[in-house]
Design a protein around this ligand. Structure first.
Ligand code: IPD
Ligand code: CA
Ligand code: CA
Ligand code: CA
Length: 262
């Protein structure tokens, strides 16, 4: 039997310590490299923070598996047992260019079921988290259940790159026309936290990796938010996917009105 309160306690301690290490790194020179292309940045801090979590988890919970963006974890091929999905710095471009608007994201699953989710805003020292069945929180504040909202009154997060399309029926252009407003923050974790707190009504991304949504999905679903791909299907925790996260009702409308072809 897993003592989830203990896992929660140590995960929070590690997040705070990792956050302090990131803040301390602002005074040192960053080593910046690129991954898939010239705009896909990674730094020594992304790698060091992932290794920090992996070392702690392996010491404390040797039977748990770890999927991390920077690849220092395990080759996770199934969600059997306990799996930690970690994004050590979500919003690396913001981290490098702005030294803000980046989060640490962690989702902890047991046999594919979300148990504990964390989105940590390091610079503001604000933690968004959920314990499955016990609610979602922004620090000490319990987050209320998400309420329905109309498309015409919705403020949604999406990237401007979604608008670059020669397709006259580009669904994203129609969405941008119909909603009250759009925002682009450049950190999926931040955008999930904003949906959870009602600062955004929805967030849409054409491709996210499991570490981008693992922490957020647990928190948003705990308070009635809906997270799926563009066909309304549940996300596969081990695969890249298009993602729509939204308040209930709004999610259904967005899928039906803008993504369903027939
Ligand atoms: C990225 C951010 C960004 C999203 C990208 C992600 P990273 O994560 O979440 O908002 O649009 O798809 O890769 O690489 O900064 O951890
Ligand atoms: Ca990255
Ligand atoms: Ca990420
Ligand atoms: Ca990252």
């Amino acid at each position: 039997m897993i003592n989830w309160s203990n896992v929660d306690k140590v995960a929070k301690e590690w997040l705070k310590e990792a956050g302090k290490n990131i803040i301390a790194s602002f005074k040192t020179a960053l080593q910046i490299d690129t991954k898939a292309d010239a705009n896909d940045l990674v730094t020594n801090i992304d790698k060091e923070i992932e290794q920090y979590f992996i070392n702690r988890i392996r010491e404390t919970f040797p039977s748990h598996n770890i999927l991390g963006e920077e690849g220092f974890g395990d080759e996770v091929e199934s969600m059997d047992g306990v799996v930690w999905i970690i994004d050590p710095v979500d919003g690396t471009m913001n981290f490098v260019h702005q030294q803000r608007n980046f989060f640490i994201s962690i989702g902890i699953f047991e046999n594919g079921e979300g148990k504990l989710g964390y989105l940590y805003d390091v610079v503001h020292n604000e933690l968004y988290y959920a314990k499955s069945g016990e609610g979602a929180f922004w620090d000490e504040l319990r987050l209320p259940t998400l309420e329905k909202v109309e498309v015409s009154e919705a403020v949604i997060g999406l990237s401007a790159s979604l608008l670059i399309s020669s397709d006259p029926n580009n669904p994203f252009a129609s969405i941008v026309k119909d909603v009250r407003g759009t925002r682009s923050y450049g950190s999926a974790a931040l955008e999930f936290a904003y949906v959870a707190t009602g600062r955004l009504d929805a967030y849409i991304s054409k491709t996210l990796s499991p570490w981008d949504f693992a922490g957020g999905i647990i928190i948003v679903e705990e308070i009635g938010g809906v997270v799926t791909d563009f066909n309304g299907q549940p996300l596969n925790l081990l695969k890249k996917s298009p993602v729509i996260v939204a308040k209930p009702g709004l999610h259904e409308t967005l899928i039906k009105q803008y993504f369903q072809v027939n």
